[in-house]
Design a binder for this molecule. Structure first.
Ligand code: SF4
Length: 461
């Protein structure tokens, strides 16, 4: 067990027994569950819609090279500057050059996990440039000095009271302010930032090959404002965000919103096809799109795990995962948490640092069941485990224990021999902490086989 795995176990135990955390997550997840139930009502056949978007995304991924080149050609024709970044370093260097050229003093940012992946905010701030998150949840975690807790709802771990306390400490607001008052305060504060920033940075929910455009979807209008006032708009998008055509958005947008937030459709949906035209009054004068690889082609080269690139980052698998509910988003210690994060993080961040996340899974399959793209997430996690063992070798004690387990379970007579004594001996000395130090296993009294036979006899008599 390496140091990353050990730290993960320590954090997981700490958070699992934090009752305040559990209460907040339970409350916020219950809101999500109720909204999603409603969001699905619009579908006559939800499974068909999922099959359709899953098929379209995989078709685009199969010809990723061609689709990306088609996007590039069309985007350039639209006047967009297209850049290719192999990794975080190259992505940051491209952004740095643009900021320098524009003599930027302030950047406004829309929520984007791709920018989190390359740690863009820290990079910009280190350069002495102000970088402001404009999504409310993202703003809250930024001013709290934290990272996003969840890929769709970055401040999910905070209750209203937590935000009240934070705003009272940082902005001298009344601790009893309503949610509306706090939102209004942030709105006013951000207005000034939107109008004075030289550069606006967004991610992309989809990049559209046939029109050379970028689609974003949001609920607060901060994305539109981040791209309307600043003179330069930079988009940073993972290369897997490609979809074949504009027509496909008609099914992707509602599927994403229904699974992400339970809405029939998100409030603001925008397609960018370049900077402002001569006859337009508002909009940026320059637009850049950075196509980021950062480990994605490594995933594409995997025979099985490549399917994870069909993900549209709706966050549904995080919300469904019993492990995520208990250990929370920060324990994963990676940009992407939950089931999807456990599959992709080893490829983004090395198997050494993140392969242990594949074991943070009960293989209940709930993530696979809810995924709008029909990705077999729990199966991919098993493949990551296999790869981990192939790369770093098996644990000797584990192998030995499994050999004994195999020997006993394949032989009922042996298994039943001295049954209770042997089982209790193993539980007491080898497995007493299997569910953590705070839970103990009850001693065995009779075997399942014995109980089954007794029950059967009881029914007969
Ligand atoms: S893996 Fe599926 S459920 Fe999870 S974020 Fe991606 S699309 Fe959503």
């Amino acid at each position: 067990m390496n140091k990353y795995y050990k730290q993960f176990l320590l954090d997981a135990e700490r958070v699992s027994f934090d009752l305040k955390h559990r209460k907040t997550i339970k409350f916020n997840m219950s809101k999500y569950d109720a909204a999603v139930k409603n969001g699905f009502l619009r579908y006559i056949d939800k499974e068909k819609a999922k099959e359709s978007t899953g098929y379209k995304k995989r078709r685009a991924l199969k010809q990723l090279d061609k689709s990306l080149l088609q996007f590039e050609e069309k985007a350039i024709a639209n006047g967009i500057n297209v850049h290719w970044a192999i990794d975080r370093k190259e992505g940051l260097s491209i952004i740095s050059n643009i900021l320098r050229e524009k003599d930027a003093k302030m950047v406004v940012k829309m929520k984007s996990m791709t920018t989190e992946e390359i740690e863009l905010n820290d990079f910009i701030i280190e350069k002495g440039i102000d970088s402001v998150e404009t999504d409310l949840g993202e703003f809250i975690v930024q001013v709290a000095g934290e990272k996003p807790y969840h890929i769709v709802t970055p401040a999910m771990h905070k209750s209203k009271k937590d935000v009240n306390e934070l705003f009272a400490r940082l902005f001298d607001m009344d601790e009893n302010s309503t949610a509306e008052e706090m939102t209004e305060f942030v709105r006013k504060l951000l207005r000034k930032k939107f109008t004075s920033a030289e550069v606006g940075i967004t991610g992309a929910n989809f990049i559209i090959a046939d029109i050379g455009g970028v689609a974003i979807t949001e609920n607060e209008g901060n994305g539109i404002l981040s791209t309307s006032f600043p003179k330069t708009h930079i988009v940073i998008a993972g290369i897997e965000k490609i979809i074949p055509s504009l027509e496909d958005l008609g099914s992707f947008w509602p599927v994403l919103s229904a699974h992400g937030t339970g809405q029939s459709i998100t409030v603001y949906n925008t397609i960018f096809t370049g900077s402002k035209r001569d006859n337009e009054q508002y909009g940026p004068e320059e637009m850049h799109v950075i196509l980021l690889d950062n480990g994605r082609t490594d995933i594409l080269n995997q025979e099985v795990q490549s399917d994870v690139l069909a993900c549209i980052r709706c966050g549904a698998c995080l919300n469904a995962c019993p492990v995520y509910h208990n250990i929370g988003g920060y324990t994963y210690n990676n940009t992407y948490g939950g089931p999807i994060g456990s599959v992709i993080s080893p490829f983004f961040n090395s198997f050494e640092k993140s392969a242990h996340l594949s074991y943070a899974c009960t293989i209940c399959g709930k993530c696979t069941e809810v995924c709008p793209q029909k990705i077999d997430i729990h199966v991919l996690l098993l493949h990551n485990r296999k790869e981990d063992i192939e790369r770093f070798g098996k644990m000797r004690i584990f192998t030995l224990a499994m050999s004994f387990y195999k020997l006993f379970t394949l032989n009922v007579k042996l298994f039943d021999f001295g049954f209770i004594g042997i089982k209790n001996f193993f539980v007491k000395y080898f497995a007493k902490n299997i569910f953590g130090k705070k839970r103990s296993l009850a001693p065995f009294k009779t075997s399942f086989r014995e109980q089954y036979i007794n029950n059967k006899n009881l029914k007969k008599s």
